[in-house]
Design a protein around this ligand. Structure first.
Ligand SMILES: [Ca+2]
Length: 127
């Protein structure tokens, strides 16, 4: 009885060490050098769009494409479903990132019809 417990504990420690070691390349892949970065896919992958302005009325080719994002600027940033900061809004705190916008409910249309923020962002403003 004692031996399996010890083995399980060691296995847990080794697994924990493996997770820490694996976090380094994952963080290196998180590449956002602008104020705001949008990615087409989850977990900051796929095509990426970089934005420097504090206000963008239309994210252009990224329109209705973003699935993950990072607010790198040291200000709150509000993202909108429509151009020119119109429609629904979701606000990210400074430095906050979202690895999958599908997790955020968008209360659009007639209740109880709910959608989510995946492929919805069209504009943003920092403040
Ligand atoms: Ca949109």
């Amino acid at each position: 009885m004692k031996k399996p417990v010890t083995t399980a504990l060691l296995g847990g420690l080794l697994a924990s060490g493996g997770v820490v070691a694996a976090a380094t390349p994952a963080q290196a892949a998180f590449d956002c050098n602008s104020n705001v970065c949008l990615w087409q896919d989850i977990n900051y992958s796929g095509p990426k769009w970089n934005f420097s302005p504090r206000k963008v009325d239309n994210v252009g080719s990224a329109n209705d494409q973003a699935t993950s994002l990072h607010n790198r600027i040291n200000r709150q940033t509000a993202f909108y479903t429509d151009a020119h900061q119109m429609g629904y809004k979701i606000t990210l705190q400074p430095g906050m990132s979202v690895n999958n916008l599908s997790s955020y409910i968008l209360p659009r249309g007639i209740y109880p019809w709910w959608t989510n923020w995946n492929d919805e962002i069209s504009s943003y403003i920092t403040y």
